[in-house]
Design a protein around this ligand. Structure first.
Ligand SMILES: CC(C)(COP(=O)(O)OP(=O)(O)OC[C@H]1O[C@@H](n2cnc3c(N)ncnc32)[C@H](O)[C@@H]1OP(=O)(O)O)[C@@H](O)C(=O)NCCC(=O)NCCS
Length: 152
């Protein structure tokens, strides 16, 4: 069974290995993750761990009162399609619903699986960013989801 817990600096070697597997050449660096983890007021980063304690996925939320942002989400290829990505995303969206009014994200224009996952959770396309992912120069689709759960 996969469980979620907060990401710590000790997880970074495993997270960076997954970054390389999933996002090369557009990978985040260790310094970027260290900066993110230090900003505990607005950041919420999770790892998914298997029964042996190995990191098999991760995701991050940046949340300000007006707007939250799914910063990243990734699941090891070996365990994709088993619900880990949905678990990570749904947990971050529950957090976003408490903290923010709207959730935004960018997703690679050629990533149908991820776009479907987001659409089924209420995200709609609101724009495109040409060449957003570098150095691969891949376009991004920008998606948005209004927080529906409560009146403000
Ligand atoms: C996108 C990603 C995070 C999804 O994680 P996952 O653990 O494989 O996804 P899950 O098993 O939870 O499935 C999520 C949904 O996608 C669907 N799905 C998963 N794999 C699929 C596939 N190969 N084809 C079509 N649909 C698929 C599932 O049916 C599920 O549907 P749901 O919305 O009804 O729950 C994962 O595939 C990944 O890390 N991909 C590479 C990195 C990436 O693209 N990250 C997103 C960047 S924005």
């Amino acid at each position: 069974m996969t469980t979620l817990r907060d990401m710590t600096r000790a997880d970074l070697p495993a997270v960076l290995a997954l970054e390389e597997e999933l996002f090369a050449p557009d990978t985040w660096t260790a310094a970027m993750y260290r900066d993110e983890l230090a900003r505990t007021d607005t950041r919420h980063y999770l790892v998914a761990v298997d029964e042996a304690g190995a990191v098999v996925g991760y995701a991050g939320l940046i949340a300000y009162p007006e707007e939250a942002h799914i910063a990243t989400i990734g699941v090891a290829a070996a365990v994709q399609g088993q619900g880990v990505g949905a678990l990570l995303l749904d947990t971050l969206l529950a957090e976003a619903d408490v903290r923010s009014r709207v959730v935004l994200l960018e997703v690679r224009a050629d990533n149908e699986v991820a776009q479907g996952l987001y659409r089924r959770r209420g995200f709609v396309e609101i724009g495109r960013r040409r060449g957003y992912y570098q150095p691969s120069n891949t376009d991004a689709v920008v998606m948005s989801r209004e927080v529906l759960a409560r009146a403000r």
